[in-house]
Design a protein around this ligand. Sequence first.
Ligand code: SF4
Length: 485
Amino acid sequence: MAEPGGKIRCDACPVMCYIAEGRVGACDRYANHAGDLVRLDPLTVMETAPDRVVPFLDPEGWDGDIVQGHRPFVTAIGAGTTYPDYKPAPFIVSQQIDGVDMVTVVTEGIFSYCGVKVKIDTDRHIGAERDPVRVDGETIGHVTTTEYGSRMLSLGGVDHLTGGSKREGRTTCDALLALCNREAVTLRIGDSGPEIEVQAGQPPMIDGVRERLMRVGCGSASIGMFAPQWHGHTDEVVVVDDHITGVLSEHQAGKLLGIPPTGIRIKGRRSTPGRYFQVAGPGTGWGGTDISDPLSILGPFNPRVAWAGLRMLMVSTTGEQSAYFVLDNDLIPVPATMPEALRASADRIAENCEPSVCSVLFMGGAGGSLRAGVTENPVGLTRSVKSALTSVTCGGADSYIWPGGGITLMVDVMDMPAGAFGYVPTPALVAPIEFTMRADDYASLGGYTDRIRPVHEVLNSTVRRIDAGGARPLNPARFAWGRKP
Ligand code: SF4
């Protein structure tokens, strides 16, 4: 829309920027190019080989094309946005897949209801549940429930994007955008918690220390896994863990191996035999506790059971810390040189730990007004997704759709092409989203069938073509009708 002074008005989002000739809009996605409103990033098309495998020596099934051609999949990256929502999506393209007429509706969705779930593989205590997570002093989310070997953060969401101050909203949006585009973001937990550098696909940096390993399991699980390897080389093993510290002689794994009681006493709360909670405070020391001296979690040995010369291995859940002791005549543990077999077992624990990495999952609600760009009857799209007649992808990547109402999706940003996300200063994230379904299903849910274009019309010289890698957004097996019984 041209305005006085050579400016044009962008109507791709509620901000409605006036953009002067040669300038870009507030989101850096649109520009005024000689009076035309142009989307600056090229439309991105994935090229995927078909999923059909031609049987060996089956000339009937071979059409002479060795690579079986390439299916172009038009992603929403660079597609642009339509606003208000009732306008049809920017691209609605059709092609035949294995004789079935398919339609993909493509748009860059504007997500006010969105955030990221961050999984940080580390034993180290980074904060308590519900501790605030801050960037530049602004709260952008919180620490949530710890998972097995990983600390979890919930960042963003509508309350931080729109429910706080303007600065909080912008800071949240900037952090989400960077994380979704696989860039590093430095977070501060609480008022005095650690500083953590998080980047999708990379190990976390916690207070300047790059994390290396994700623990092999809790202390009890470690006992269960490695007990036979310790048998005969030591009398006692303690696997120190902030959650469940394991004690070999008391644990069922030790009992079955015939390991006798040692008279060991562990501080903390006994759960079941050989499993102790709260042996120390949480921290960045051994096994995610706050200790650097493992003996600090032991009480005095029971003199009626223990004996001088008793051998004891203490090890953390990543095998990165280990120590070996022998009881003296007063039943005091004295450091001693660790036998080679025990050294090897600690190395084995470390070997079984996977590399520590940060995972970032984008989570957003596409069950709102976005649906109106796909169909005049928005609930029809929701029902179609829930019936597995419509497949939802983000930049060609698989998404997980939550059960229940709406279209609430999660997608691993590492599965998406790099730099797939944008933002608008409302503030909100812009994320690519594609809905793929059979053409007749699209018609029956009230789609904009008069806007369908054959895919070849979209594939001009300006599109960016990328290799789909393992992505198969057009695989018939994604749909209820394409799955084998
Ligand atoms: S913020 Fe971007 S999409 Fe929104 S009106 Fe401005 S240029 Fe257009």
